[in-house]
Design a protein around this ligand. Sequence first.
Ligand SMILES: [Zn+2]
Length: 178
Amino acid sequence: MAPALARACTRAWSVQVQRRCRHVAGARVPGGVVRLPARVVGGTGQDGRMGDVKLCPCRRGESFDECCGPILAGERAAPTAEMLMRSRYTAYVVGDTEYLSRSWHPDTRPADLALESAQRWLFLEIVATERGGPFDDRGTVEFIAHYKLDGARDAMHEVSTFTRVHGAWVYVDGTFRA
Ligand SMILES: [Zn+2]
């Protein structure tokens, strides 16, 4: 990887940097994320309806109020690393920066979590999980988050690492997959 690109990869996670870095297998996702997509409302899953019940954007098949809603609201803790991953995806979809910050490890959490750009999240695909269960202290989740930006579809493929802080699952960092 060119030094300049390597620097860019570790500095910010803007859509532009993400676009350049995500093709570099093994590129680290920086903990110090500065910019995040702003217009994340309207993910495909969010639009999905089951009668009058709004399906959760993470597409577990339950309603938002039974799935990620209570976790984002702080009423319920994510029982597994995968569920925390799902809830964070949902937070991107609905633009809940407060929850994104709260569910991020204090050591890697960005100081400023501003949302930007017209990135529109479409759906989440969980590829694999390792540990991260109710009796684990660490876990990884490999996922592909599909989105649309400037009229073009794209996807972010990442292996995320999770751990617990005071018993609650938090996101630590991740590695991009080509
Ligand atoms: Zn959900």
